[in-house]
Ligand binder design. Structure first.
Ligand SMILES: [Fe+2]
Length: 407
């Protein structure tokens, strides 16, 4: 926990001069040793917090914001090596020129950040005009004027993975050795956090692969449904991205899409693969699959949100669906998108008892049942997304769609 003293100190450091225009006494200089410890403690505490951040983007945002704020600087950037480990790519800049510096790529042979990355050593440069390593081209792109900077390497297992660069003290002061100590501390915590985030991502990727294998195993029972779950996931994600849903909800939709019919594992093969329409009694059995699927996933907290979408993917917008007869907006938006995607894929693929409809016919059907069976927003989003994908791929039809890679 951040103690009360540290919190108070941060608040004071963040305040501008008083109402008479006189600057507040600089606590950093008055109580140098004590303050340095407080700042270091503070940075470590915040570092621990970013250690629990799930997304790499959020993590580097936190680090850039925190370092800019605590060192009272004009800007702070985090750079990471590209996949070839050749150039440094700007991941995030907090402060002036943040937007303009979005595309910055630094050659390690011709920049101060590159020098820091190559040598694995932190550096303070309080007058960049006198340093031959300084690369003016970045300032020319961003319109930002760099006067002084502090740059520290992000080192993991003896290997540099990127750098943090903090530019220009707001009050025009030089960066100090104490600033450097604080930055080195932050860089150490940040590098470990980045590794944790990447490892978590690997675990998630592996989990997704397992889920896809599981879904494919179920579909293997019936050759007519082969690939259905994958396509439903892709269709639902297309529509969800167009709305747009937040990234977190899209991830939930991805899991729910691939697993939406997992409950069919509990339905007897004679009904599941029946070569013809089902009787009313058989439909009653078949309708159990959404509840069975939700129950299967009951013990997996990680899939709790996806479980809810799976439970409700056969609800109807008019309240006549199952299992809970939810109506309208009471049905989660992810489940409404799944309903449209599921029906569209079923209509446009061959079944044992009928041939596939054309995409245009299937879209007409969706609109015909919009506001009764389907959510109108979901229908609109799906058809727009489908059309824009088709136009991007030269009007591909049927199985000719090329979907973005959702991992
Ligand atoms: Fe289903």
């Amino acid at each position: 926990m951040i103690n009360a003293e540290a919190r108070e100190k941060l608040a004071i450091l963040a305040e501008p001069g008083d109402s008479r225009g006189e600057p507040k006494p600089n606590l950093w200089h008055i109580e140098a040793t004590r303050d340095a410890n407080v700042v270091l403690d503070l940075l470590c505490e915040v570092g621990k917090k970013v250690g629990s951040t799930p997304e790499p983007v959020q993590l580097v945002q936190h680090v850039a914001q925190m370092t800019k704020h605590v060192l009272r600087a004009s800007a702070s950037s985090v750079f990471l090596f590209d996949d070839e480990e050749r150039d440094l790519l700007r991941e995030f800049t907090e402060g002036q020129a943040g937007e303009a510096s979005k595309q910055v790529r630094l050659n390690t042979e011709s920049s101060i950040a590159g020098w820091v990355a190559r040598h694995g050593q932190p550096l303070i440069v309080n007058d960049v005009t006198g340093d031959q390593r300084f690369n003016k081209s970045v300032d020319e792109i961003t319109g930002f004027v760099t006067k002084s900077l502090i740059c520290v390497p992000l080192i993991l297992h003896h290997k540099t993975i990127g750098v943090i660069e903090v530019i220009n003290k707001i009050d025009g002061d030089n960066f100090s050795e104490r600033d450097l100590e604080a930055m080195v501390s932050v860089a150490s915590t940040t590098a470990i956090s980045i590794e944790n985030v990447r490892l978590n991502q690997n675990v998630l990727d592996s989990y997704k692969s397992t889920i896809k294998v599981l879904a494919a195993t179920i579909e293997a029972k019936d050759p007519y449904t082969c690939g259905h779950s994958q396509r439903v996931m892709e269709y639902a994600l297309l529509a969800g991205t167009l709305l747009p849903l937040p990234a977190e909800d899209l991830e939930v939709l991805e899991y729910a899409g691939i697993l939406h019919d997992i409950g069919k594992i509990g339905i007897t093969d004679s009904i599941l693969t029946k070569p013809g329409p089902l009787t009313p009694e058989e439909w009653n059995v078949m309708r159990q699959h959404s509840l069975i699927g939700a129950n299967i996933l009951n013990e997996i907290p990680f899939l709790e949100k996806a479980r809810k979408l799976i439970l409700h993917h056969h609800e109807r917008y008019d309240g006549n669906g199952y299992p809970d007869e939810l109506k309208g907006e009471d049905i989660p938006i992810g489940a409404r998108l799944l309903a449209v995607a599921d029906t569209f894929d079923t209509m446009t693929t061959n079944r044992s008892y009928r041939a596939a409809l054309s995409e245009d016919c299937a879209i007409n059907e969706l609109y015909k049942h919009s506001s009764t069976q389907f959510c109108p927003v979901a229908v609109e989003a799906f058809t727009l997304a489908l059309k824009s994908t088709a136009s991007e791929t030269g009007g591909a039809k049927g199985n000719g769609h090329h979907f973005p890679n959702f991992g």
